[in-house]
Design a protein around this ligand. Structure first.
Ligand SMILES: [Zn+2]
Length: 334
């Protein structure tokens, strides 16, 4: 686990605020850390947990030497609890009521080693309703000897009653250079980290998923398609639809996302604005497309992409859906 504030990239204001609350002994009983996956919510929660459990914290830092710090570093602190979604059989991962009950039993007694207990709940939106209601009873109790940190990338999926009882801590997305730094720390070369940071919308988790070869291939295909749109014969369109229909629904939605990024980049290039481009490493290929993609057409195309992303989420035949998309796309681009 991460016990050091200095390992966290970005979020300096937010970290300062948490440290101040800790030093003034005003850390709330329950907090909700909201933000995209991979922006640093868990690292921040862990660093705060280390300070809250330490016997001799100073200036918002844990000491690293006391028995509590040693136990935490060794993974054996009896007052430190984490809950994560688990999968059972083919069902989607979730946090079930049994896990919450077990946690409640664990935190019911007085703390053993530190002044309080700390609970981190990862992907808190994956609590099913029974589990969430059960947890609610615990966080409704007056501030006691436990601090709860609920982490989520989808706060809207949590019960309102839970959200309203937590102090909300909003994690913004990482800036390009911050994300690049995070990726370099994870062992990526600077050039690759920079390229991934271009298209990952400030999320390290998204950036890492974009490294997968199939995803990179989808990204490449999106640009090739944009170059060929409007110049494809019906046979070629159908062939393309057939090839892509081998992808999963999720992959195709992601692929349409890449197509939308290209259209958005072209709009940025038209506007002459300084906004960063998703595909800045392909600037020459983008610029060559400008004549064929005037802004009004790009807006139409973005609408088309959105419509088909929605369709793909419903239970339609992938190949039919793709054929429809390509035919309309080809007609829109002259
Ligand atoms: Zn300590």
């Amino acid at each position: 686990m991460n016990t050091q504030w200095k390992n966290i990239v970005g979020h300096s204001e937010l970290i300062k605020r948490l440290q101040t609350l800790q030093m003034e002994d005003r850390i709330p009983h329950a907090m909700l850390f909201c933000g995209a996956e991979g922006v640093g919510k868990a690292m921040t929660a862990e660093a705060l947990a280390a300070v809250l459990l330490c016997h001799e914290p100073s200036a918002g830092q844990h000491c690293g030497r006391c028995p509590a710090c040693h136990a935490l570093a060794g993974g054996s602190h009896p007052d430190y609890f984490q809950l994560r979604p688990e999968s059972s059989g083919k069902a989607a991962k979730s946090i079930k009521i049994e896990a919450v009950r077990e946690l409640q039993a664990g935190i019911a007694r007085v703390p053993l080693l530190s002044q309080r207990r700390v609970v981190i709940i990862h992907e808190a939106e994956k609590m099913n309703e029974a589990a969430a209601n059960c947890l609610l009873k615990t966080i409704e109790e007056p501030a006691g000897q436990a601090v709860f940190m609920l982490l989520t990338s989808a706060p809207a999926a949590l019960l309102d009653t839970i959200v309203s009882r937590c102090m909300r801590v909003e994690f913004g997305v990482l800036q390009h250079d911050e994300l690049q730094e995070v990726l370099c720390r994870q062992g990526l070369q600077e050039a690759e980290a920079g390229r991934l940071a271009d298209i990952a919308d400030g999320s390290a988790a998204r950036a890492m998923s974009l490294r997968e070869p199939e995803v990179q291939e989808l990204h490449r295909q999106a640009l090739t398609l944009t170059e060929r749109s409007g110049r494809l014969s019906v046979e070629e369109l159908l062939q393309l639809a057939k090839e892509l229909s081998g992808c999963s629904r999720e992959q195709l939605i992601q692929w349409l996302g890449f197509v939308a990024m290209i259209y958005r980049d072209l709009l940025v290039l038209y506007s002459g604005s300084e906004l960063p481009l998703y595909n800045r490493s392909e600037l020459n290929r983008l610029t060559a497309l400008l004549d064929r993609y005037p802004p009004a057409r790009l807006l139409e195309l973005l609408k088309l992409v959105q419509e088909y992303q929605k369709r793909l989420r419903s239970n339609v035949s992938l190949q039919l859906c793709l054929e429809g998309f390509f035919i309309r796309l080809n007609a829109l681009v002259a």
